[in-house]
Design a protein around this ligand. Sequence first.
Ligand code: IMP
Length: 186
Amino acid sequence: MDFDDVKGDIVSVVVTPEQISEGLARMAREIERDLDGRKPLLIGVLKGAVMVMADLARELTIPLEIDWMAVSSYGRSTKSSGVVRIVKDLDTSLDGRDVIIVEDIVDSGLTLSWLLENFASRGAASLRVATLLRKPDAMAVDVPIDYLGFDIPNEFVVGYGLDFDERYRNLRGVGVLNPAVYREGH
Ligand code: IMP
């Protein structure tokens, strides 16, 4: 769906579909430069990273593999609890692999720092992070990001995989959600 399809629910556009394509192409060129000849394992964090993974993986011109991890998420709240629980673990061994964690957004960075520690203990040869979006709070916990699409304002955004209460994931761009939506509940 497009911004026109959810008029009133989105107060401002943060990243357009065109900007997303450009950002992912830029990230892909950097990944190709760093991992040429290494067949990285791209690990997506469900469900938010589905769109980023689909488009970033297709933009890449080097061989790669894909795996998924599901961890507990926000639920209906718009604040991170800091509690990370594995809902679906990886199918692939990380032993000797060049891993790239593919994220939609790094907010507090709590999920990411937990994942980095968890994956490091599984014998990965190298660990990198690619995220389409980063919020300013992420700087506070000093999470290392190797490939970044866009820094965005500290507001609750939806679209391109990001949801509120499972809605808006299928929006083509990313926008700030009208606070009236989470006050009312749907
Ligand atoms: P963290 O705060 O960096 O641990 O972010 C954990 C997860 O919260 C992300 O992977 C997203 O799924 C979700 N999240 C963070 N900020 C937003 C937002 O603005 N909109 C929707 N989901 C978000």
